[in-house]
Design a protein. Sequence first.
Lengths: 402, 295
Amino acid sequence: MCYKTIIAGALAAAAYTLPAHAQVSDDVLKIGVLTDMAGVAADITGKGSVVAAEMAVEEFSSTVLGKPIQIISADHQHKADIGASIARKWLDVENVDAIADIPNSAVALAIQNLAREKKRIALFSGAGSTALTNDQCSPYGFHWTYDTYSVSHGTASAVVKAGGASWFMLASDYAFGHQLAKDAGDVVKASGGDVLGEVLHPLGTADFSSFLLQAQSSGAKVIGIANAGADTVNAIKQAGEFGIVEQGQSLAALILFLQDVHSLGLAVAKGTYLTTASYWDIDDQSRVWSEKFKSRTGMMPSMVHAGVYGSVLHYLKAVEKAGTDDAGKVAAAIRELPINDAFTHDAHVREDGRVLRDMYLARVKEPSASKGEWDYFEIVSKIPAADTVWPLDKSTCPLVKK
Amino acid sequence: MFELIGIPPQALFGQLLLGVINGAFYAMLSLGLAIIFGLLNIINFAHGAQYMLGALVSWMLLDYLGGSYWWALLLAPVTVGVSGVILERVLISRLYHLDHLYGLLLTFGLALIIQGLARNYYGISGLPYAIPPELSGGQNLGFMFLPNYRGWVVIASLVVCLATWFVIEKTRFGAYLRAATENPTLVGAFGINVPRMITLTYGFGVALAAFAGVLAAPIYSVNPNMGADIIIVVFAVVVIGGMGSILGSIVTGFGLGIVEGLARVFYPEGSAMMIFVIMAIVLLVKPTGLFGRTA
């Protein structure tokens, strides 16, 4: 009897301790990059996001806790139902442990709910909705790169401080544009400036001249451009044509990516202010990583690409620290570990799931100041992390203790 | 200072002028569609993609060969027009004996393929194309700052539209074309090579789209979807003007450009749907369109 008890005890102890060495379900750690392969965000996310995730995995020599790491990817086509059914299949059938990138706020919110329900990790880099860390926050969801608050607040407050006190908002007529214009307008007013007027344009407008003329005749010093993608490109291109910058007004793009500037060309985009979470030409580390990324994709990374890389790398570190792929333990480790990668230094995750990192206020260079392709941004100043995130005391996230 | 319908006259004139410029693109694109529909009875859904190709070829000429805007203005319509000729010979000509719907589906499929290929090779964000130095800068007209390039767009498109109208309505070749539209068999019996005329007409319609694309490249974002965005509006313009009516498409193109321009001042949120509201009303009141012949 005594003998049997010892055996049973030993077995129980073995059962308890053995899996702790490598508790990875189904013997492979799978990360799904759910992204936009062909739509409006395909250049700032898309294939580049998949490459970025793979580069993070390579830093781990493709194994964690002795098990292989696998990256899979899919195109959600900007449709919440398609995105959700891909994710459901990933989580239910293919045992995907974490989903990364997820541009488009509608898709991102669908995934946030699904991942919460299924208890898996979601790492948002391409999405910009502040709802992800407010009403819709999740213990398993992490908002990595930017949101409408961070990009508009950084730019607006910096531009007002630089003397651009009167604004005219050119906003696209849907939730995203309204939010950007409102966030930026609030900051302008809080910083002592004034918003003289606003015009809402339909999504997907080709000709902005009429709206630009209204902005011009408002007499505002700064025209805030609260839209995205081709709309932003068209608005800035035509502002250049109408000589708006030459005549003393300046442009502030509330969200502008490196690839947008590449598309515009410096002659047109010069002088535009923007906020970015990362830039390839910050230091040696970011330059080395970005050159490697460029050799595989033909372009320098957007801040979303850098975010996907950072979020996947941090996730792997968290899995290693937790010693398991169990989402609850990994989420705790994600919150605990400091975030360090080629673009990020000593950032951390806040209780609502938002990553707190310094961002940069940048200005698009004059063509004569650019040393070559992709040399587009002049970093004007660093924006402290606290100024780039929704204040916790206004948070509506149930995870935030008040 | 007096005001006209709530805004100062300066601002109103400015907006009217911008409407004309915007209308120039609608006019050129709907003209090509009207010609193609008039003669081939094909609803050319690839028109937007061919407009995009015009802009893309200009970019390629500049980027790969260093060719200027002026070369592009000549070479891009020719290149894209020739691709249209090949398309007509190889694919579209097989559908003439079938219902309209098949032509629409074929050209729609072609548009998706062309856009998909462009996206695959050149990305979605667009390509930079600068205004030619000869046309940069602008004139202060007192009521607005008119970029020289916009002035050029209006002149170029008016010349092209009127020349096309003149050729079709006033010349012997145009008479053949119009006759072939009415009764191809009879015109063929007079010894005129109708299939070749049809092929060239399609090529010309496509070249018009590409010409509009070159004109658009310096001011609009050059990206694979630029045609998909504008083509729906242009179809509405063609329907309002009357399917197949040459003069109708030109007049309606400019007219609707002006209406849309004014909507952008008085009700900017609704400016994108203004044209479709007008289309619905026209279809209710005069289903053949403003300039259409009664069937």
